[in-house]
Write a protein that binds this ligand. Sequence first.
Ligand SMILES: [Zn+2]
Ligand SMILES: [Zn+2]
Length: 331
Amino acid sequence: MDLPPASTASPASEVASAGVGSGFRQTLVDLIPPAMVVAVVLFWMFAPQAVVDHPFSLVATGGFISFFVLGLEWVFERHAGWRLNKREFATDLFYVVLTYTAIAWFTQTLAEEPLAALKESLGLATPWITTLPFVVQVAMVIFLIEFGQYWMHRLMHNWHPFWLTHAPHHHITQLNAMKGAVGNPIELFLISLSVIALFDFAVAPIFAAINVLNVISTFAHANVRSNPPLFYSYVFTTIRHHSLHHSVPYEDTRCNFGNSLILLDRIFGTYKEGEASVVGQDERRRLSIYEQFMFPFQPMIDAIKARGRGTQSGWTGPAGTVTTDRTAPGA
Ligand SMILES: [Zn+2]
Ligand SMILES: [Zn+2]
């Protein structure tokens, strides 16, 4: 495989080679992600109750964040090889809609509601939470969600059955604003699980936290030439950290697990410095939506087919490509 290695080019040199313009202009672009985080928190802090209570408010703000960052990809492109085309856009949009409809329904029905019932039956009550400052509540929600997601994501990279659900996300061959939503539905459900329903947080800080995570993870997948300063990138995941996580060699993906809180990788020893511009798995074979949906079941289907033919065969992958690496991570 003659793929170039993960680039460790500094943001400064990358900016210079891309000819963005003045350093001042680039500094402003680098500050867009932190500015959006602040804007989102302020929005929900001062949002009228009618907005908080509206059933589509979170869909509207989440959609706005996605399309705003898509617009930035247009203006401040990071890699020409990641440029969005119609097929990529349609696939990404499909998964965003899936996330806000079917995945949201499953999460609500199979996780949130049972957790709320459990909280009720156990008599768990944390009314003191709502007396905390708004920003503290937002930070707590972010930490609780991200702590769970970090370990779930790490498990997916270390236990084969869970890797089969997560691998389709790693088969994406370019990074774009909506790519965080692309993956097998089982993985999308698993990664959405959290313990927030066990606490008495007010709705507005939960929405603020979800939108902050939207902003961070959207930029962490976006083809935008924005490299936020250390006060942001020490704590929050950036495109540099996350592109490295999307490296082609499987072993190179086992770092930077924090979807939004890269701080957790620094704490738990999985942080790795660097950046990748070439991303994918299985020699960068792009999966169709059908293949992404079937991926976890493919070993079983292939085994049944092989038995039917009376032959002994190993798994040859969803489209007949021999899979060499992810067949036994951690094995
Ligand atoms: Zn991963
Ligand atoms: Zn990703």
